[in-house]
Design a protein around this ligand. Structure first.
Ligand SMILES: *Cc1c(COP(=O)(O)O)cnc(C)c1O
Length: 466
């Protein structure tokens, strides 16, 4: 293929097509600006192909031979080729654990740990004193036991994997009892009945959507029972004529009948002294109640990397550890490094709140948020953009604390005559992309999910976009 008009028969567009530069000419220009040969040719070819199509579609003129707009288009395509698809964005939504935006930003010690391990070899599965093969679990098991009071721990790729493994290892080929009020969907790809089906366990539903009593579980336990599973209603609540069995009486009943309890608590609140987490099930409580296995995510309220953590009794955790699925679901070394560093922060509760971004954002003070909102307003005003600081409520997100509204100051931007949708689109497609929240024709920039540098950058992007 060349940059000429090709073999099409001459038509009304022919002069415009003939005026286009060749791929080689355009590529040479990009190379003179520092692009590599391969990328310059790809960008030039895509630019000229697109221009040729545009001429044919609209009978538009080619303008100049190598006019600025053609060159600009080629430069922008070159930038696109150089840019990674997965890259950082500025989260100005105020949603702290935003699943679409990568959930928990990592604490600095977790970043450092992952980077160090990534740069070379590590003792991922090697016992240094003995000089022999070790287990990757050894790096976090003791920490998890200490932090949760459990006998044993196992970390996996994510919480969905941990739940699948627990169901397969403890109830595969047998029955798994679940309350009808807990047959939850946590995002379209995690629906508890479907996960249970994949585990090879037979689902036995007890109770009703709104009420399940201890007697319902009691009646369902039989010789085929493999386990009882509880699942946290992470992303919704029920109101009114509602009854659920607390974890303690359920574990007592299960212990009498010799049945293990699996508790999928989802978000994994480990922090202490954080009132904002009040409504979330605590890992320690479920462990203390006697659950065989408690499962939670690493990248929700724990504030670490994607991971599925399983803590509980030695016997049942061992059954999970030795199940073939455990190998398929194992955590990778980088996430493990980040998880260990995150968990270590929890040894000092004050350090955890200070250094773990998710906890810091949840507990951000009115004053801190107000100052950052004002910082954005000032930068916008200096750039000639009308903005004001007002109050709005944000959500925690990520399937946690669905009723908690984090009320606080935000910076509201007047998008001008083009409107809020166009401004939001420009911000999403800019560099770095900024994701805000539209409300009643205004674009809200929430300081809760931005740090000071992020707030400055987001405001500057808005000025440029307007
Ligand atoms: C979020 C959640 C999961 C899935 O966790 P991932 O780490 O995203 O796999 C499972 N169960 C509950 C109750 C959850 O809240």
């Amino acid at each position: 293929m060349t940059g000429s008009a090709g073999s099409r028969a001459a038509g009304p567009d022919e002069p415009a097509l003939a005026a286009l530069p060749s791929v080689e000419t355009l590529a040479a220009r990009l190379r003179s600006e520092g692009a590599s040969h391969a990328l310059a040719v790809r960008a030039a070819r895509a630019t000229i192909d697109a221009r040729r199509d545009a001429i044919r579609d609209s009978h538009a003129a080619a303008n100049e031979a190598l006019g600025e707009s053609l060159l600009d288009d080629a430069r922008s395509r070159l930038r696109g080729l150089r840019q990674l698809s997965l890259r950082p964005v500025l989260n100005a939504t105020g949603v702290v654990i935003h699943t679409n935006l990568g959930r928990a930003p990592l604490p600095q010690p977790a970043l450092d740990a992952a980077l160090e391990v990534a740069c070379g070899y590590s003792n991922l599965e090697y016992e240094l004193p003995a000089g022999r093969r070790g287990s990757r679990q050894a790096h976090v098991e003791g920490l998890l036991c200490e932090l949760t009071g459990s006998e044993a721990a196992l970390v996996l790729n994510n919480c969905a994997g941990a739940v699948l493994l627990a169901a397969a290892a403890l109830a595969g080929g047998r029955e798994l009892i679940v309350s009808r009020g807990q047959l939850v969907e946590i995002g379209g790809s995690f629906r508890l009945p479907e996960v249970v089906a994949q585990s090879g366990a037979g689902l036995v539903e007890v109770g009703t959507t709104n009420r399940t009593r201890l007697a319902d579980y009691e009646r369902a336990i039989g010789p085929l029972t493999g386990a009882i599973m509880r699942a946290h209603r992470s992303n919704f609540r029920t109101l009114g004529f509602v009854e659920e069995v607390e974890v303690e009486p359920l574990c007592s009943l299960a212990a009498e009948r010799g049945v293990p309890v699996v508790d999928d608590i989802g978000s994994g609140a480990l922090a202490v002294g954080v009132p904002e987490l009040g409504d979330e099930p605590s890992v320690r409580r479920s462990v203390a109640a006697g659950c065989a296995v408690v499962c939670f995510s690493g990248d929700k309220l724990l504030g670490g990397p994607q991971a599925g953590v399983m803590v509980g009794r030695s016997e049942e955790v061992e059954r999970c550890r030795t199940h073939p699925l455990a190998r398929a679901l194992r955590i990778d070394g980088l996430s493990l490094a980040a998880l260990e560093a995150t968990l270590r922060l929890y040894l000092d509760p004050a350090a955890a709140v200070r250094e773990i971004p998710v906890l810091r954002m949840l507990t951000a003070t009115e004053r801190e948020l107000g100052t950052r909102a004002e910082l954005m307003r000032r930068i916008l005003a200096e750039g000639g953009v009308d903005a004001r600081v007002l109050r709005a409520a944000a959500k925690v997100g990520g399937g946690a604390l669905p009723l908690l509204e984090l009320d606080g100051p935000v910076c509201a931007v007047d998008p001008g005559p083009r409107g809020v949708d166009e401004l939001a689109r420009r911000l999403r497609t800019g560099d770095p992309p900024v994701i805000g929240r539209a409300r009643e024709g205004w674009l809200l920039l929430d300081p809760r999910t931005l740090d000071d540098d992020g707030a400055r950058a987001a405001a500057a992007r808005v000025v440029a976009a307007i």
